[in-house]
Design a protein. Sequence first.
Length: 295
Amino acid sequence: MSIGDGVVPRPARDPAEALARFAALAARDGADILPEGRSRLYSTGARTPLAVVLLHGLTNVPEQWARFAGELHTGGHSVVVPRFPGHGAADRRAAALATVRANDFLNTASEAVDIAAGVGERVIVAGLSIGGAMAAWLAQRRTDVARCVSIVPLIGIARLNAAANAKLVRVLRTLPDFIVPWDPHGSAHETPPYAYPDFPTRALAECLRVGLDVLRTAKARPPSGTSVFLLNANEPACNNALAFDVAAGFGTARAGACDAIVMQGLPANHDVIDPTNPNARIDVVYPRIRALIEP
């Protein structure tokens, strides 16, 4: 199956439909899902000028965005934070992710945009890591996404060029699935108490497929709206150079389609948004993100 097969936009026509669509999305959060892992909708039930979709990272959950989403909602915006499939299980072993494929992620992200379209006149999608790559993918394909904000997006693994990342995907999809700890030393002090401490290699490959598809199609398929890549100069995991390549490709296709902004002075830390991460520096990062969402 190709990336995006079956991902069809079906925007909600009004708040009532959006609320019903969210109820269907939230119904997937069964008894096995942690409270922090459940999808969130911050809405008054009326349509607001702006609705924001926030996409979490691999093995994390909607709680990663809860504080920021609450701030946006207090500011008068509607906010949708979906739980990606396979995430948020009370049994925090990442085996639940073993069967999740790229299109499963993308379908859920697109459903969140459908819901946002019903509660907001204008829709912006922001995401971290895999969520950042998926935000860019959606912006390429949905005319109702006015802007995407991709925060340290997983376009590829750091220190591997595009060809090496593509080869890694092929290898990981061919080999047996392995569970790999985020912290090989076992301390896991940066892993939130609601996130999985490890990840399946097959799930990583599926996420990389999305980022590499954005890179491959950047020049031919720029966003219909605007796109911003917010990068950490000291990013340890994702490939900033490939994110710059996407931004350049978008700009080549349409002048002004994308900006790339590098945050200086942050620690070598990937998760720059989760308040439970001791190195997140949300005092610096949150205002930067809000400025891009509320220009």
